[in-house]
Design a binder for this molecule. Structure first.
Ligand code: PLP
Length: 393
């Protein structure tokens, strides 16, 4: 491709980053090799010293991984991208690359559970402390800033309550003090939201979710300007949470259908959310694509659609919520999301089961809450399945 930036997202998702080998293969090649051979001793020395570009060892670089990185960078509108073994290793690598002992992070309370654990309990052992503030309260982010604040870390929409962080507003506050902004773009993907266009410095992904899209592999990525991704790469090539070539190849193929999947899953999610909102057994629906969402206007400005995650509360408590789960024959009872198969989760007893009941109340995650990650089945079948449980509570 001449210049990735001239093409639209759907074209980039299929074409960007491909480098053909001497065999001129049409589909992207999978390079399952741990190391690469040099022509002579001088070339080996030059490659190791970084004086000559080229592959050395797959903990550092691999052509299949590079193709995935280039394709995702093109989709996010980023200069560069570094792929990692999982979403959590992307978050870890970003923090290890950018923060040192004594630095401070401001993050939202609604972050993915493992990210909260990492920032809240593991990183403090290494002198990196985090203040957690409400996703939607820009003034609270501002008030939490300290002279040693290095990074704002956010995830929007949040899981499972789909609260929206105003990326551009938070970037304004952070950049005024020279603070970097990183956005976990797992729920929207670049198809629905491009944080770098809104001024964010870095985008983080759990590629495990929508980028793969079919629940097959773990992966992650950090995208942004090369001066920052180079720092992430330095950590990664030494510490080693590198993406495997096989997983990169699966993810490359996942990106090719990202746009049509996200649009179809989003459209189904909107239909399902509207139906749930009118259901007598449902107390409240959380979906950014519904006018009833408190941040509907912000979501409309910031995202191309409401996304594929719908949460709702049933009239009742744990027993009623579990009845809906246990009455489903089609929806999968699993915490994964972003799959073509629709999944159903009771957050209070699974993904958010390890936090205290008080923390759950503070986070707004009650026993009556359920989360659906909408896949590609027909909406009518999803409705029928949910109706089995909703009609008897
Ligand atoms: C799943 C998830 C992660 C972690 O990704 P893994 O690939 O499971 O390590 C991080 N952030 C969000 C928003 C997620 O949903």
């Amino acid at each position: 491709m001449a210049s990735d930036r001239d093409y639209s997202l759907e074209t980039l998702a299929v074409r960007a980053g491909q480098q053909r080998s001497q065999f001129n293969e049409h589909s992207e090649a999978l390079y399952l090799t741990s190391s690469f051979v040099f022509d002579n001793a001088a070339q080996a020395a030059a490659r190791f010293a970084g004086e000559e570009p080229g592959n050395v060892y797959s903990r550092f670089t691999n052509p299949t991984v590079a193709a995935f990185q280039d394709r995702l960078a093109a989709l996010e509108g980023a200069e560069a991208c570094i792929a990692t073994a999982s979403g959590m290793s992307a978050v870890l690598s970003l923090i290890m690359a950018l923060c040192s002992s004594g630095d401070h992070i401001v993050a939202s309370t609604g972050l993915f559970g493992a990210t909260q654990q990492l920032l809240g309990t593991i990183m403090p052992r290494f002198g990196v402390r985090t203040s957690f503030v409400a996703q939607t309260d820009v003034a609270a982010w501002e008030a939490a800033m300290r002279p040693e604040t290095k990074l704002f870390f956010l995830e929007t929409p949040s899981n499972p309550l789909t609260e929206i962080a105003d990326i551009a507003a938070l970037v304004g506050v952070a950049h005024a003090q020279g603070i970097l902004v990183a956005v976990d773009n797992c729920f929207c993907t670049p198809i629905l939201q491009r944080p770098l266009d809104l001024g964010a410095d870095l985008v983080v992904h759990s590629a495990t979710k929508f980028l793969d899209g079919q629940g097959r592999v773990l992966g992650g990525a950090v995208a942004g300007p090369r001066r920052l991704t180079d720092e992430v790469f330095k950590f990664l090539r030494t510490a080693g949470p590198t993406l495997s070539a096989f997983n990169a190849w699966v993810l490359l193929k996942g990106l090719e259908t990202l746009q049509i999947r996200l649009e179809a899953q989003s459209a189904r999610a909107l239909q399902l959310a509207s139906w749930l909102e009118g259901h007598p057994a449902v107390a409240r629906v959380y979906y950014p694509g519904l006018p009833s969402h408190p941040q509907f206007e912000l979501a409309r400005r910031q995202q191309r659609s409401g996304g594929a995650i719908v949460s709702f509360t049933v009239r009742g408590a744990r027993a009623e919520a579990w009845k809906v789960v246990d009455s489903c024959r089609l929806l999968s009872i699993t915490a994964n999301l972003g799959d073509t198969k629709t999944t159903l989760t009771h957050p209070a007893s699974t993904t958010h089961g390890r936090i205290t009941p008080e923390q759950r109340v503070a986070a707004g995650i009650g026993e009556d809450l359920l989360r659906i990650a909408v896949g590609l089945e027909a909406v009518v079948d999803l409705q029928d399945d949910l109706e089995n449980g909703l009609s008897v509570i």
